[in-house]
Design a binder for this molecule. Structure first.
Ligand code: HPA
Length: 247
């Protein structure tokens, strides 16, 4: 049974899924890391592939950018196709000064300006959006084995890529600090746009979710990693994700 967004039949998609935003990254992962690859989706060019990694079926599904687009694909992966272990592989903007370009970040938890928690719990509680502990601890172990340094902590999942009027200049600043400065003061490492949806959907469905990122730019220092380097950094993160998703 296909969906309006995904032409996969039941069985075309594995229980273990990697989630890049960019369809061409999905293709790159499938071509460079998986064997016996089959492309099952081209609707909107948001490609999905299933292949094998170390003989275990793994799916790579692109999601587009941001919570709404991501949530459509991930909801269907979980509720229509039976995905059980889902790992987001994306980029993030470094916020905390201890992050460098190209670092790999693992989101132990995620804090968000999106309404997705309110839509589930109203204002009754501020639900903590957490990584699945098993995936998190295995990812940390695998990074050590692969000799790839990682930073583990809280990230900021935003609905706005461009939001200077609130975060830098605006209505939420207090004690002379901007919202970004306050978040950094409270240990937020980086900013990205999908992890809160993954952790919310995974919690609601009792499946496992984890979000990994490479730092592609640094907000405070105004740095950006050159396109050629991004591929190599990206590959390190993919190795951690694949070794973790097959466990
Ligand atoms: N903001 C939001 N998401 C991002 C960024 C950013 O600066 N960099 C990479 N993903």
């Amino acid at each position: 049974m296909a969906t309006p967004h995904n032409s996969a039949e039941i069985g075309d998609i594995a229980e273990r899924v990697l989630l890049p935003g960019d369809p061409l990254r999905a293709k790159f992962i499938a071509e460079n890391f998986l064997s016996d690859v089959k492309k099952y989706n081209e609707i909107r060019n948001v490609y999905g592939f299933t292949g094998k990694y170390k003989n275990i079926p793994v799916t790579v599904q692109a999601t587009g950018m941001g919570i709404p687009s991501f949530s459509i694909y991930v909801h269907e992966l979980i509720h229509v196709y039976g995905a059980k272990k889902l790992i987001r592989v994306g980029t993030c903007g470094g916020m905390h000064e201890k992050l460098k370009l190209r670092d790999v970040v693992i989101a132990q938890g995620t804090s968000t300006d999106s309404s997705i928690v309110r839509q589930v719990f109203g204002g009754a509680i501020s639900f903590s959006l957490l990584a699945d502990y098993e995936l998190l601890s295995k990812a940390v172990e695998n990074a050590k084995k692969l000799n790839i340094p990682v930073k583990v902590g809280n990230v900021f999942c935003t609905d706005y890529f461009y939001n200077d009027y609130c975060r830098e200049n605006g209505i939420f600043s207090s004690n002379g600090l901007t919202l970004d400065q306050k978040m950094i003061q409270h240990g937020i490492l980086a900013v990205e746009m999908e992890s809160a949806a993954l952790y919310m959907l995974a919690a609601a469905a009792n499946v496992q979710g984890l979000a990994l990122f490479t730092v592609s730019d640094h907000l405070g220092r105004g740095e950006e990693s050159p396109a050629e380097e991004r591929e190599k950094d990206f590959n390190e993160m993919i190795k951690i994700a694949l070794e973790t998703v097959i466990e």
